[in-house]
Design a protein around this ligand. Structure first.
Ligand SMILES: NC(=O)NCCC[C@H](N)C(=O)O
Length: 264
């Protein structure tokens, strides 16, 4: 990998992943062995597109620990370690924090009574939108504002009623267009550049580069829609993680600037 290769944190799934939390969907039996193979396929897709992956050690006693996105919010060379909204997930961020300290990132901690899951944070440019649902609260938004506004960010709370996390409902294309599946639209959504997608998983993309996005194989009509807009689509099967209310963004954390490197 070159010094400028994009990097992402990933975390192997727990053998107990089928015991993970579900909130807005019915529980269906997940296959942990298949989940492991799907996770390996997801990591391979990142690597096949030039990404370096950095593994956070597995936490087998934490069923939801593959959803590493929820444990941290990255902002340049600052890593803001989450305080998960669900008690069951509170042990997870320690492993992420240790890896990021080792890599030399500046570390800040969300502190009680603030709670935050990283899946509630959507960034584009200087804007940082934070979902206010069952996991992230307004005290955490205040803490993020105190940490990020001095760095030029604009932090906005976005109340949620229909989904687990903000990025369960919306993510952004490389050009900033926000994808939303209409039944999950909230009156609180502030975006004007919006593309409606025909499938719920269709609103979840990981931006691999300016013309390529990774998404789930469970959104084929959305994939076609995005291809017609000129995007390359990398589709991965994450069915077992979707059974635990996960999506493609949950399984990785993009590490932008390595400490000490010029801000890219
Ligand atoms: N960023 C995300 O959307 N993470 C998905 C977390 C799913 C997990 N079963 C949970 O309920 O916390």
């Amino acid at each position: 990998m070159t010094a400028s290769s994009p990097r992402a944190l990933v975390r192997p799934p727990s053998s107990r992943m089928a015991e993970g939390l579900v909130t807005h969907i019915e529980r269906t039996a997940a296959d942990a062995d298949l989940a492991r193979r799907q996770w390996e396929g997801y990591v391979a897709a990142l690597r096949d597109h030039g990404w370096e992956t950095v593994e956070v050690p597995a936490a087998d006693d934490c069923p939801d620990s593959a959803f590493v996105e929820d444990t941290v919010l990255m902002y340049g060379d600052l890593a803001i370690i989450a305080l998960p909204g669900a008690e069951e997930r509170r042990p997870e961020p320690a492993g992420t924090e240790a890896v990021l300290r080792e890599l030399g990132y500046e570390i800040a901690l969300i502190e009680a009574p603030g709670t935050l899951d990283g899946g509630d944070v959507l960034k584009h440019g200087a804007d940082v939108w934070v979902g206010l649902g069952g996991r992230t609260n307004s005290e955490a938004v205040d803490q993020l504002a105190a940490l990020l506004e001095p760095r030029g960010a604009r932090v906005h709370g976005v109340p949620l009623t229909k989904v687990l996390h903000l990025k369960s409902a919306v993510t952004a294309l490389p050009d900033g267009t926000v994808l939303v599946h209409p039944p999950l639209h909230e009156d609180s959504f502030p975006w004007t550049e919006v593309l409606e997608v025909p499938e719920e998983p269709g609103s979840h993309v990981v931006v691999l580069d300016e013309s390529t996005v990774l998404m789930s194989t469970s959104a084929p009509r959305t994939a076609q829609l995005l291809r017609e807009r000129g995007l390359q689509i990398v589709a991965v099967d994450i069915s077992e993680f979707e059974k635990l209310e996960g999506c493609v963004t949950c399984l990785s954390v993009r590490l932008r600037e390595a400490p000490g490197q010029p801000v890219g």
